[in-house]
Design a protein around this ligand. Structure first.
Ligand SMILES: Cc1cc2nc3c(=O)[nH]c(=O)nc-3n(C[C@H](O)[C@H](O)[C@H](O)COP(=O)(O)OP(=O)(O)OC[C@H]3O[C@@H](n4cnc5c(N)ncnc54)[C@H](O)[C@@H]3O)c2cc1C
Length: 349
């Protein structure tokens, strides 16, 4: 029997896929995708399931979990198959004396998942060192290699591969440096813990250690034993605004190629939803992480419909307070925000 998405994703909700296949070789992955397209079978590809929420009815088609595993390190050029676990790649490069990926330690998911939303943390992004991707274009059926300039990186968590199923990423290549000095650390808290100035460098091994401990402290390392981490990381995108409304005066702001980025977590907290909020909402099965208001968590037996209802409730509260409508950062399949009402009355503190 095909596994459920509750078993396949870090949000741990969602019904089963009609058909399921695990692709352990790139040729097999390409064949599965081409065959599904020829036969007009609805197809969902996934990596680690850490940025994916699927409806309670599951997926009425084929799901292909990418589990390819090849890694090639040649000098400072690192290529990895899409199915490689991201943090295992980071650990390997750091242990090999390469600098460039250390600040992205501890992010769950696969190598192929990282370009989709150009993952980032502590001021670093995969696009800083990504040089090319090898992909299958499902429109033409062709495999080609794209330089990073074609990938649409730039604005917050965006790329050419986000919000489309047209491309299947097969392999990603990075250019790193063989150095005991990390990339400049722009994140103040991590710099402080490394005992360096903001913009300074440290041994990548130390950067990885500090980043992992910071992530553990913030609950942003997925832990199957701790429901406070059962989510998709940041549930909402940080909104990029043309004009920050006066109600949000005092919010932190960051420049973005498309406007001004405001932290969604700040907006959520100021709208009255503190970390841990949710015990009195519905069955209390979905709550904000106790460590971060931007993280929506499944406390054990939540359904997708409850997650969607809760996320809609948070989105609406923020919109009411600030006039800013948050949008999900994660991929939603067969589900949409705000469709389920809680079984017990909403108490909004
Ligand atoms: C605890 C936790 C912490 C997190 N912290 C961060 C963080 O610090 N920074 C950050 O940016 N993100 C973070 N995330 C989000 C997530 O880890 C990343 O987005 C990750 O890159 C998703 O990869 P994945 O393989 O799990 O993708 P999946 O969840 O499997 O898929 C997500 C989307 O990408 C598509 N996709 C996946 N693989 C491919 C492929 N090979 N080709 C084409 N499309 C593909 C899927 O179809 C889907 O649309 C966090 C998540 C969790 C649970």
């Amino acid at each position: 029997m095909a596994p459920t998405f509750a078993e396949l994703t870090t949000m741990r909700v969602g019904g089963a896929s009609r058909d399921f296949a695990m692709a352990t070789e790139t040729a097999q992955l390409v064949e599965l995708v081409r065959r599904a397209d020829t036969d007009a079978v609805p197809l969902l590809v996934m990596g680690g399931g850490s940025n994916l929420v699927v409806g309670d009815a599951g997926w009425d088609g084929l799901t292909v979990k990418i589990a390819t595993s090849g890694i090639d390190i040649s000098g400072t050029t690192v290529s990895a198959d899409a199915g490689v676990n991201w943090d295992e790649l980071v650990a390997l490069t750091v242990a090999d004396g390469l600098s460039g990926l250390e600040a992205l330690s501890g992010i769950p998911g696969s190598v192929g998942g990282t370009p989709v939303q150009n993952v980032g943390a502590f001021g670093a992004h995969t696009s800083d060192v990504l040089t090319s991707v090898t992909l299958l274009d499902r429109d033409s059926g062709e495999i080609s290699q794209w330089g990073s300039e074609r990938c649409g990186f730039g604005s917050h968590r965006q790329s050419t591969f986000k919000n489309t199923d047209r491309f299947v990423l097969l392999r990603v290549t990075y250019e790193l440096r063989r150095s005991r000095q990390s990339a400049p650390m722009t994140f103040a808290e991590v710099a402080r813990r490394l005992d360096i100035e903001v913009g300074g460098t440290a041994d990548p091994v130390d950067v990885r250690e500090v980043v992992l401990s910071q992530r553990r402290r913030r609950g942003s390392i997925y832990d199957p034993a701790d429901s406070d981490t059962w989510g998709v990381g940041s549930f909402f995108l940080n909104p990029v605004l043309q004009e920050v409304p006066p109600q949000a005066d005092g919010s932190p702001r960051f420049p973005d190629p498309k406007g001004t980025k405001v932290p969604a977590g700040w907006l959520i907290e100021r709208a009255g939803f503190a970390p841990g909020y949710g015990a009195e909402w519905g069955r209390g099965s979905v709550r904000l992480s106790t460590k971060h208001a931007l993280v929506i968590t499944n406390r054990g037996d939540a359904t997708t419909s409850e997650v969607m209802g809760f996320a809609g409730h948070i989105r609406d509260g923020v919109e009411e307070r600030f006039g800013i409508r948050l949008t999900p950062e994660c991929r939603l399949v067969n589900c949409a925000l705000g469709v389920s009402a809680p079984e017990s009355p909403v108490i909004h503190s």
